[in-house]
Design a protein around this ligand. Structure first.
Ligand code: AOF
Ligand code: ZN
Length: 379
């Protein structure tokens, strides 16, 4: 194997190594690196969590002096700034690595091409662009967070074949089967935060934790959008026995004594601006980004889904579709709100992926813009 083909194969390995940081590296990117000499991998590394060594450093540590003359493959441009850890570029230069192949430039404004430039100035051959599309997709969360300064948002729902999320009486447990529900917990295990509206809490009193039963699983921060601070003090999301932090986003008109009570119950309460009758979800996202929350899973209900789509904050949709017909004109669909008049204003999904999970289907796709005003919706 030679040249470009070898570069692609080694970069594919770097991307696979990066996966080990999924759900743990945040707010940092997932990064994988390997050192190759005479066509053989001599050392590997990945970024395990923020504060841990960067992938390149882990790979260099693994090989010591043998790095001299090697090629370093890394799924993201090596950094040149002091963060929680020292910069990688001087370490790479000192190691005697002769060539660096990066999949993509680091969108972090402190790096953003400078790392590659410094390598070249130091006489190291530095290339970028091998499996770039895959590398950007792998770190779609980090790229969104760095480029737009907001978390990457996934809207998740479990629906019947006729698009309902509950019966006319509100019963919703369970529309989907065990495999689909397990996948939801895998998603929770990978995101920084999970967000629901107060209606979902009042109706279902969910715990909103990760319950996979595997070692090292982690609960996301729980975010409740609760304009009037109605969250009951005995809600399960406030149970002191569940260690996951709970953040309640309330509007300026929330009663002050309720805000105090919620804080005393252990919640972090954020008082945010309203857009119309409801808190602006874009403002919620800005507040979350300021807390280094890079990814959010929205899990209901229909009104929050509608607001999120109308505000244009949704990046990706993940609907679990069950082979079940619920019916009922007043039974809620997955997306509530005022709706739209023209089909042309509907939200089309891009790059749709359909995965069977037991008897259910997981339908995923990327959202192109806000509900009701999308410029591409006529295509
Ligand atoms: C890499 N390889 O493995 C990682 C990179 O606080 P620090 O020191 O961990 O720096 C975090 C920043 O470094 C992060 O925002 C991103 O720009 C880069 N992360 N870069 O070449 C790695 N984790
Ligand atoms: Zn680094």
């Amino acid at each position: 194997m030679e040249g470009q083909q070898a570069d692609r194969a080694f970069m594919a390995r770097a991307l696979a190594l990066a996966e080990a940081g999924r759900g743990r590296a945040s707010p940092n990117p997932m990064v994988g690196a390997l050192l190759v000499k005479e066509g053989r991998i001599v050392g590997e590394g990945f970024h395990a969590r923020a504060g841990a060594p960067h992938a390149e450093v882990m790979a260099l540590d693994a090989v010591g002096d043998a790095a001299r003359g090697a090629t370093l493959y890394v799924s993201l441009e090596p950094c040149c700034h002091h963060g929680r850890t020292p910069p990688c570029v001087p370490r790479i230069v000192a190691s005697g690595v002769r060539r660096v192949v990066a999949a993509t430039v680091d969108p972090n404004p402190q790096v953003n091409g400078r790392g590659l430039g410094l390598l070249r100035e130091a006489g190291v051959a530095a290339e970028v662009g091998v499996l770039e599309g895959e590398a950007v997709r792998l770190n779609e969360v980090f790229f969104t967070y760095m480029t737009d300064g907001r978390p990457f948002v996934t809207l998740k729902a479990a629906v019947s074949l006729d698009g309902k999320i509950a019966t006319v009486t509100g019963e919703s447990r369970w529309i989907t089967g065990e495999e689909a529900r397990r996948r939801v917990h895998e998603m929770r295990n990978e995101v920084d935060a999970i967000l629901v509206g107060i209606g979902t809490i009042l109706r279902d009193d969910p715990l909103l934790t990760t319950r996979l039963g595997i070692p090292g699983e982690r609960d996301p921060v729980r975010v409740v959008v609760d304009t009037l601070a109605r969250l009951p003090l005995d809600a399960r999301v406030l149970d002191p026995l569940s260690a996951a932090p709970t953040l309640v986003a309330v509007g300026p008109e929330a009663p002050a004594e309720r805000v105090v009570q919620l804080r005393e119950a252990g919640a972090t309460v954020l008082v945010l601006a309203q857009s119309g009758e409801r808190i602006s979800l874009a403002a919620v996202m800005r507040a979350l980004a300021a807390r280094e929350i890079t990814s959010v899973l929205i899990e209901g209900g229909a009104a929050v889904h509608a607001s999120a789509l109308a505000e244009g904050i949704v990046d990706k949709v993940a609907f679990f579709v069950a082979p079940l017909l619920i019916g009922g004109t007043t039974a809620p669909g997955a997306v509530g709100g005022p709706g739209i008049e023209k089909l042309a204003d509907a939200v089309p999904l891009r790059e749709v992926r359909i995965t069977p999970l037991g008897r259910d289907l997981l339908v995923e796709g990327y959202v192109q813009g806000p509900l009701g005003s999308h410029p591409c919706s006529r295509v």
